[in-house]
Write a protein that binds this ligand. Structure first.
Ligand SMILES: Cc1ncc(COP(=O)(O)O)c(C=O)c1O
Length: 430
């Protein structure tokens, strides 16, 4: 495969990497096959999980048919809610009461009492008037971008935004401009440019509370001030901030002490801290009522299944009753980071995502496989999702990992890094 050097961000399609001479479907599949075989064979993708993603996760070994128990450093089930017995019971009770689903979209027959309750709780959690639930976080981003913005409106977005935002922009043919990652000067410059050319345009600035690759936080108070100065709306994708940031786990706005209504549009997902599926948008009642009819990914897609809705509701209750889980998550991050720094790794995470860079000369898949064999489940991220010199192991911390799990994982990372020659103590490759 040949590949252009894209800067970074998730605004890529693998189509860019196929040889244009590969014309027939068969030629294209044949060209891509070696990559798929390597990635699958090494266990880099499509590992088969054979039980709950707890502190330990059972993974099927295709060569033996047995299962290995790995220490889980690759799940966004940050607080362990995915296997909390009370939450599982709530999902089971919802199946008994509502069945597994209703076979319809929210506007017709898909909205149950549970959906209404969840929307009320989400609005409360985010300090907004109203909320709406989508079938995924991806659908929520595509939905609000395509449903809110029309011809003449402008979307300014951080260049490291999630693929779903890019897809919303493309689908809605939305006029948009990127600004450099977390760069306030560049954002100000962009806002000035837009206001100079389009003084009356509706402008929305879209950022993530916590960025999914580096786990760094957007400076929301400063971005809010810029939005106010230029009459722009602020939309925050808090997929990785909800349940992780803020004393009560309410997200990035709470982390910064921003009051209710500080963000016009907040988006989140149930696929991270709630360990399920689904997504949501909160904002003014008028905005939500409009999006229910204009966001096609809401209108033309079946409503979330009742057991998932019940699990998220129980997850919100759990979060309210157990703020110590959020503290435990932060303690685990701090402990693990101390261990990595003691080895010499220059890590400085702001949230529960901890990247460890892997030198460009190595195949990330091989490092991931070696860690798997040593009993640690960790995800690898490579080009084009990140620049070539930023390929990495992407560690996601969980509150339910014990000190013993963390010590063992640190020990295995030490061993594997030495074996592959990227341990900071090894000369010239820190
Ligand atoms: C920042 C961000 N936004 C949106 C999404 C999409 O969420 P979901 O997995 O619920 O579709 C993700 C998930 O990867 C994400 O990391």
């Amino acid at each position: 495969m040949t590949a252009p050097d894209l800067a970074h961000g998730e605004n890529f399609s693998l189509e860019h990497y196929l040889d244009p001479a590969a014309h027939t479907f068969e030629q294209r599949f044949a060209e891509f096959r070696p990559y798929v075989e390597h990635a699958r064979g090494s266990g880099f993708v499509l590992r088969e999980v054979a039980g709950p993603s707890g502190a330990l996760v059972p993974v099927r070994d295709p060569s033996t048919g047995g299962t290995d128990e790995l220490i889980m450093l690759g799940s966004n089930n940050y607080l362990g809610l995915g296997n909390e017995p009370r939450i599982a019971e709530a999902a089971i009770a919802a199946i008994r009461e509502y069945g597994v689903g209703h076979g319809g979209p929210p506007l017709l027959n898909g909205t149950t009492t549970l959906h209404r309750l969840l929307e009320e709780r989400l609005a409360e959690l985010k300090g907004s008037e109203a909320a709406m639930v989508f079938s995924s976080g991806y659908a929520a981003n595509v939905g609000w971008v395509t449903g809110l913005l029309r011809k003449g409106d402008v979307l300014l977005y951080d260049e490291q935004s999630h693929a779903s935002l890019y897809d919303g922009i493309q689908l809605g043919r939305v006029r948009s401009m990127a600004f450099a990652h977390n760069d306030l000067r560049h954002l100000r410059h962009r806002l000035m440019q837009i206001r100079w050319r389009n003084p009356g345009a509706n402008v929305v600035v879209a950022v993530e509370g916590v960025y999914s690759m580096d786990g760094d936080i957007a400076p929301l108070p400063e971005i809010r001030a810029l939005c106010d100065a230029f009459g722009a709306w602020l939309a925050v994708d808090d997929a990785h901030g909800t349940g992780v940031l803020g004393a009560r786990g309410h997200g990035t706005a709470e982390h910064f002490g921003l009051g209710p209504g500080a963000v016009e549009l907040s988006m989140g997902t149930f696929s991270k801290v709630f360990a399920g599926t689904g997504g949501f948008v909160t904002g003014s009642r008028d905005m939500v009522d409009t999006l229910r009819f204009f966001a096609r990914s809401y209108m033309f897609s079946a409503a979330l299944a009742p057991p998932v809705v019940a699990a998220v509701l129980a997850g919100i209750d759990f979060l309210a009753e157990h703020p110590e889980r959020v503290r435990q998550l932060h303690d685990n991050v701090a402990y693990f980071v101390r261990g990595l720094r003691a080895m010499g790794f220059a890590v400085d995470p702001q949230t529960a995502i901890i990247p460890i860079l892997v030198p460009q000369r190595l195949a990330v898949a091989d490092v991931v496989t070696a860690l798997h064999r040593e009993g640690v489940f960790v995800n690898g991220v490579e080009f084009p999702a990140v620049p070539r010199d930023q390929q990495r192991l992407r560690i996601s911390m969980m509150a339910t990992l014990t000190q013993d799990h963390l010590d063992r994982a640190l020990d295995r990372i030490d061993t594997v890094a030495r074996r592959f020659g990227f341990h900071p103590e090894q000369e010239g490759i820190a």
